[in-house]
Design a protein around this ligand. Structure first.
Ligand code: AMP
Length: 481
């Protein structure tokens, strides 16, 4: 199928050609006509399948028929769970919007609000936003929802995971009832379906990927290893297999920072991207990674959402995620746009349960490949004892942090029993912190999608979906032994 046959405006076809896309991806094939029909759409599609253009292109075409946005009004709203994704979606839509003389802007938290308020004054045909900041802006009357014609929920499953649903409901209440609704999600759980029922009216359902599947172009396997030797093994593999670049996932923010230090000691230039980092630091980390200035980017799950890096051949799960669905999202960072990718998990004995859950979810067993010199020695007994010790350690650390906090706030030295001691118990404590993460995307990828039905690797993948389409761009193959 060609883009021409999708009834897209000639100006949009020109931009598509400039992007170097030769044919629509499966989600685009189905979603573009559905969105153009004006009906509500619910689409199951993973990141990396071209889903942004699948709604971006028809959205721009529909909006081009109406009057432009005035003053603080917006005509369409794309909600995303993370700042990175918001920035990236806006970057992807902008060339189409400007070709049709429309404007598109993005707002998210973690940066100053005033410049956003100023920018919103001109009105926007398309606004991409994260929910929290959008609500703030709406409360400050910086944005007018009354002219909204279309609402798009991108990565709805992640919105749900991140607890954004109350915010979304709040936003939806403020929107005009008459509007088109589009919902995109990588996974479709019961909760997501329930959410969809409350938002969409008689939607056209599109499902181009088997549920909870991993891209057919991603090779996946496990290296069993003792927990204490994970960092050593990772450094060994990075050098030995020449992984460059490599995206690494940890479960916690502190874990990410620790690993960066360790990799730096091993002469592997690395940076971390997670929710405790400032917006600037996250943007810099992502840019350095994209520009090839660092070799490893260590990310937590939330921060990694929306990272779209061309030619990302390796993703490493340094620790398995506690939520099995996150595995699917994590490895969706590689094998994007039909390219080959590798997803390697370093799994210690205490992660057996998570591994089983992941395998159940993706309906495939992950091959376990021991690495010479890193054979496991842990026993179930050792793991149990270790867990106890870790619990103790965490308790101690918490206690230490509590004491430090009290010291900083000038609490009395004898903290407990003394009568008449000042009322320290109601510590103001933790400053409010946004859970969303981010950075900007600075490159638009230019790829050609060709269908590639034979891209099923050695039975390690779960689906032989239609979405197996392959980029014609070549990159050196990086095989494992
Ligand atoms: P997305 O699923 O929207 O995150 O898109 C993943 C990547 O695919 C982005 O880098 C797009 O630039 C690229 N892309 C989108 N549509 C096509 C297409 N039809 N052919 C080739 N690449 C595409």
């Amino acid at each position: 199928m060609s883009f021409e046959s999708l009834n897209l405006h000639p100006s949009l076809l020109e931009v598509i050609e400039k992007q170097g896309y030769t044919e629509p991806s499966p989600i685009q094939e189905q979603a573009i006509p559905a969105v153009l029909s004006g009906k509500d759409v619910m689409a199951a599609a993973q990141t990396g399948t071209g889903k942004t253009d699948a709604f971006g292109l028809p959205l721009v075409q529909l909006l081009s028929k109406g009057p432009k946005a005035k003053r603080i009004a917006i005509r369409s709203l794309v909600l995303t769970p993370t700042r990175e994704l918001a920035a990236q979606v806006c970057e992807s839509i902008k060339p189409y919007a400007s070709a049709m003389n429309l404007n598109c802007d993005v707002v998210f938290g973690g940066v100053k609000i005033n410049p956003q308020i100023l920018r919103l004054r001109q009105g926007n045909d398309i606004l991409v936003a994260t929910p929290g900041r959008l609500i703030d802006l709406h409360n400050q009357r910086a944005v007018d929802f009354s002219k909204i014609e279309c609402l798009i929920l991108d990565e709805a499953d992640r919105m749900l995971d991140m607890g954004f649903i109350p915010d979304i409901r709040k936003i939806i209440k403020a929107l005009p009832e008459q509007r088109q609704n589009l919902m995109f999600s990588a996974t479709f759980s019961k909760d997501i379906r329930r959410l969809a029922e409350g938002i969409l009216t008689k939607p056209i359902n599109i499902d181009v990927s088997p549920r909870n599947s991993t891209a057919a172009t991603v090779k996946q396997w496990v290296h069993p290893v003792d927990k204490a030797r994970k960092a050593e093994l990772l450094a060994h593999l990075i050098w030995d297999k020449v992984w460059d670049p490599v995206l690494i996932f940890t479960r916690t923010k502190h874990g990410a920072d620790r690993l960066v230090k360790r990799l730096e000691r091993e002469k592997i230039p690395s940076m971390a991207i997670h929710g405790n980092k400032t917006q600037g630091a996250r943007t810099r980390a992502l840019k350095s990674f994209k520009d090839g200035k660092i070799r490893a980017l260590v990310a937590t799950d939330i921060a990694a959402r929306g990272i779209d890096i061309e030619q990302l051949p390796q993703v490493v799960n340094y620790e398995l995620p506690s939520v099995a669905e996150d595995y699917v999202h994590r490895i969706g960072r590689t094998g994007r746009a039909g390219m080959d990718g590798q997803a390697i998990s370093l799994v210690s004995l205490d992660e057996k349960k998570q591994l089983k859950e992941i395998e159940r979810l993706i309906k495939a067993d992950l091959e376990s490949i021991p690495v010479d010199g890193f054979e496991t020695t842990e026993t179930a007994d050792f793991v149990a004892k270790n867990k106890e010790a870790q619990k103790e350690q965490r308790k101690k650390a918490q206690e230490g942090r509590r004491k430090n906090r009290e010291k900083r706030m000038g609490a009395p030295k004898a903290s407990s029993s003394k009568a008449g001691a000042s009322k320290t118990s109601g510590s103001k404590g933790s400053a409010k912190k946004s859970s969303s993460d981010n950075a900007t995307s600075d490159s638009t990828t230019k790829k050609k999608f060709n269908k590639h039905p034979a891209a099923d690797h050695q039975g390690l993948n779960t689906g032989k979906s239609k979405q197996a389409f392959k980029s014609t761009k070549k990159r050196p193959k990086n095989t494992h032994k």
